[in-house]
Every structure is written in C-alpha cells, then in structure tokens.
Write a protein that binds this ligand. Structure first.
Ligand code: SF4
Ligand code: MG
Length: 284
C-alpha cells in the first residue's frame, strides 16, 4: 500500500494530473469530484465510508478513492451494499452504478432496495447508454435514439429513474447533472445523511460516437446540452419539457437496518409496544 501511495505522489509531483481511465469529456470525473467533496464537507471519517461499485465506466470510481471499497459483479452492487449495511449499520454505504448496471442487470435489486428502504445511498450515473462495452441501448436510452444495438432508433420507452425509485419506495430521490457540479455536491450530501434508501441520479455525458449522435447532436458541447435541457424544480413552468432536476422526494421513514434493530430489541425485551405501521409511500 505504501508503495502505491508513493507511486501516486511521484506521479502527481511530475505530471500534476491524476491518471484515470475516463475518456476526455466524460462526466464521470466531475461526479467523482462531487462525491469526494461531499464526504469531505460532511467530515466523515474515511473508515466509516464504503463505496460499493458495479461494472462499467462508473464502476471505476471505486478505484480512485481512499475509502473502504468493493468492486462487485455486474448489477449486484446493491446486494453487497445491503449486506454491508445490515452487518454494520454505522457505516455510510454508497453504491455507485451506471444506468445499465442499475436499471437493467440490477433493476430488480434497485426496486427491492427501494421497497425495503435500506439505509444505503445509490448514486446512479446516467449517460443513456452502455458506455464501456461500446454504445449498446440501455433501459435509459430515449425512444428513437441510435445505439450500437438500435442503429435505426430505439423502439422502447426508457425508464425514468426518479419515477421508478419513487414508486418503489425510496425515502430520498434527487436528480442532478455533471454540469451542475456544486448542486450535485449538495444532493449527494443530503442523500448520504438521509435515513433509508436515498437515490441521486446524475446525468452525465458519454462523448463516444452514440452520445454525440443522439442527445448532444448540434450542440457545441454536451455540457451545453445539459445546461439548456434541464430545469431546476423550483423554476419549472407547467408546460416545461426540459428535464427537471432537484429533490423529488424527501421522507424520513426509518431504514430497514433501524427497523431490524428495533425488532431485536422487542424480542429481547418482550412486552414493549408494537411499532406503528408504516404509511405506504406515494409519489409526489
Ligand atoms: Fe465516460 Fe463514455 Fe468513455 Fe465510459 S465510454 S469513460 S462513460 S466517455
Ligand atoms: Mg451508462
């Protein structure tokens, strides 16, 4: 470990920039910066933070941080995160996934993590495509958009991540972008400190050929596209077709690990009153 640290120090001293695998213009580095700034601002001890990553370009984020990290199998990051949180509820467990990882291969785990309201934060980097494997259509690819597997346009309606996890029962649901980096810092901080399952979807450009062909065509940069085509919730007009960003749900129901701890207490000290039944979550 000391040798790796020395290598990094030597590299930074001579090259000034940290080496990474992201393509030029990729939004993932900005989101990684937001995540690191958020943990730093919250003054969380590094040993209390766990980053659980799936497979894909977003999964590489776990490699660059000096927290507890687990790089898991495709789509299964939330199952590992659930186990870690249940085993040690004091840990702040942050699960980093791409849109393919979270909504397709891991889609089942995502809705059940939301239903259980486990105290984990899911950071979903949505670039509307499978980036690492060459631009295949993902469950987030907009209707009509080209991809490696839909060269004449996708015929499927995409998932709306915010609607999906809100309907499934997540406590805290927000959407930001890699263009609005400071806003994203705040959303990630809120999510980390929130009880129960918290989800932050971060829209992020993938400047590969399909990213350019679809959402971002005709714009000077993909960040310009994000600026023009998103609107903060508080500024949204009735007929606004731009993508809303902000906090969509902000509940305070206790997480699964808290309910489990209460159950253990009840069993150990019989005669204590039953907890009140939880009200089913409703989308706003
Ligand atoms: Fe980023 Fe796309 Fe390159 Fe992956 S393929 S590193 S998502 S730009
Ligand atoms: Mg993707």
């Amino acid at each position: 470990m000391a040798e790796v640290t020395q290598l990094i120090h030597d590299y930074l001293r001579h090259n000034k920039k940290f080496p990474h695998v992201f393509c030029p213009g990729c939004g993932h580095g900005i989101i990684l910066g937001s995540l690191i700034r958020s943990v730093h601002a919250l003054q969380l001890p590094k040993d209390d933070v766990v980053i659980v990553a799936g497979i894909g370009c977003s999964g590489r984020m776990a490699v660059y941080v000096d927290f507890n990290t687990v790089h898991t199998t495709h789509g299964r990051a939330l199952t590992f995160a659930t186990g870690i949180k249940m085993a040690n509820p004091k840990l702040k467990v942050i699960c980093v996934m791409g849109d393919g990882d979270a909504l397709s291969i891991g889609g089942n785990h995502l809705i059940h993590a939301a239903r259980r309201n486990i105290g984990v934060t899911a950071l979903i980097l949505n670039n509307y495509i499978y980036g690492m494997t060459g631009g295949q259509c993902s469950p987030a690819t907009p209707f009509g958009d080209n991809s490696m597997t839909t060269p004449h346009g996708s015929l499927e309606q995409p998932f709306d991540t915010v609607d999906l996890v809100t309907a499934a029962g997540a406590n805290y649901v927000a959407r930001g972008t890699s263009f609005h980096a400071r806003m994203l810092d705040g959303l990630i901080m809120d999510a980390i400190m929130h009880p129960g399952f918290s989800v932050v979807e971060a829209l992020s450009p993938c400047p590969t050929q399909y990213g350019r062909k679809n959402k971002f065509k005709g714009t000077v940069s993909m960040y310009e596209w994000l600026k023009k085509n998103t609107v903060k919730l508080e500024n949204r007009k009735e007929d606004d077709t731009r993508i809303p960003i902000g906090v969509f749900r902000n509940d305070n129901r206790p997480g699964l690990e808290e309910r489990y701890a209460s159950l253990k207490q009840r069993i150990m000290h019989k005669g204590q009153p039953e907890p009140k039944e939880q009200v089913s979550p409703k989308a706003e």
